[in-house]
Design a protein around this ligand. Structure first.
Ligand SMILES: Cc1cc2nc3c(=O)[nH]c(=O)nc-3n(C[C@H](O)[C@H](O)[C@H](O)COP(=O)(O)O)c2cc1C
Length: 337
């Protein structure tokens, strides 16, 4: 376990990244069953979606998901301030501004990673958002964009936004190429540069700097916590979610709970039943758990059963029982129906 005495108390010691189409409310509920302390992020929501969309559908979440941060995409200070206020009213613990997404759609709206080149505008956005809410306003960014990627560019970006009162930055430790690379390539091709982010932390030690990008295990995470205030994991946490079951003990020093994968499935069953009873598809939830047995002997059978029968399931509980019969020696208690 990491040395708790040396740890700077940070709400952001371990975060699960915002991921479009992945970290929806069902995914976050599942992740929360695995870790009580990890900080969870929504998918990015654009300002127009928050202001004019179906709010219950977009913003609704289960209170058991706390602590959970709402990520916003936008570049209009007034609109962002309004959306942040709405997010706070819905109960989110933090509002995060996306300054890292490189997709074409996002560039047309002039937000996401292209804002790395406009620190003054980002500072205005952050200032307006901070003026509208009590909860922390944070920024998730890259180390650079296109040709604007010198160390001085990143320093100026961070300093300008810190001057607007933002003290927490999640830094994806690679630059984004806005032309020529797809969003997926932009998560793989530009090289990771952890040292650059470490120099930023050394230069501005009072800021909370959370490292993101390519962190693949809790061993890696613990190592980075010697340098950074927190780590944010995206793909590894989603694809190998059982990793999250070690977070409370190893990262937060809380060993008050021992769980196994079967416990997680049993705890998820009533949630799925409830979702189905309200007209939802069980597979909306089940699709996020396909990696739960990653690396285990029955991983393939688990995945196959869920992905073949999951999309057709109408109640979910029955399928969970079948899955438990397959993978778990302790069967699920008889259903109450
Ligand atoms: C499917 C997918 C969707 C993503 N959507 C978002 C998003 O909505 N907002 C955001 O800031 N980053 C998004 N990202 C980027 C991640 O938050 C993270 O910065 C990136 O995956 C690097 O971390 P990792 O190497 O731990 O996955 C997405 C990544 C993936 C794989």
């Amino acid at each position: 376990m990491a040395d708790m005495g040396a740890m700077k108390a940070s709400t952001h010691r371990f975060c699960v990244a915002p991921m479009m189409d992945w970290t929806d409310r069902h995914c976050r509920f599942f992740h929360r069953l695995l870790s009580r302390h990890a900080r969870l992020y929504t998918e990015m929501l654009t300002v127009p979606a928050v202001l004019h969309g179906k709010r219950e559908q977009l913003l609704g979440f289960d209170p058991r998901e706390h602590p959970v941060a709402l990520q916003l995409g936008g570049s209009d200070p007034a609109g962002l301030a309004q959306a942040a206020r709405i997010g706070e009213d819905w109960g989110y613990n933090e509002i995060n501004l996306n300054v890292g997404c490189p997709s074409e759609r996002v560039q047309t709206g002039s937000f996401g990673a292209c804002l790395m080149a406009e620190p003054e505008l980002v500072a205005s956005c952050v200032g307006a958002m901070r003026g509208a809410v009590q909860v922390p306003v944070t920024v998730k960014c890259r180390i650079g964009v296109d040709d604007q990627d010198s160390e001085a560019d990143l320093d100026r970006f961070i300093d300008t936004i810190a001057d607007a009162g933002c003290d927490t930055f999640i830094v994806h430790a690679r630059k984004a190429w806005l032309k020529g690379l797809s969003p997926k390539e932009n998560r793989e091709v530009p090289p990771l540069d952890y040292a650059r982010v470490a120099r930023l932390k050394a230069r501005r030690p009072e800021l909370t700097i959370v490292l993101n990008g390519g962190i693949g295990s809790l061993d890696d995470a613990e190592r980075h916590l010697d340098t950074f205030d927190g780590v944010m994991l995206g793909r590894a946490a989603y694809q190998m979610p059982w990793m999250l079951a070690g977070v409370d003990r190893r990262i937060f020093g809380d060993d008050s709970r021992e769980i196994d994968r079967g416990d997680v499935l049993r705890a998820l069953a009533p949630y799925i039943e409830n979702h189905a009873a309200r007209g939802g598809r069980p597979y909306n939830v089940l699709r996020h758990i396909l990696g739960l047995y990653h690396g285990q002997p029955r991983a393939r059978a688990f995945r196959r059963l869920l992905s073949e029968q999951g999309p057709r399931a109408t109640t979910g509980g029955e399928l969970i029982r079948a899955v438990l019969a397959l993978v778990d020696e302790r069967k699920m208690p008889a259903a109450a129906e």
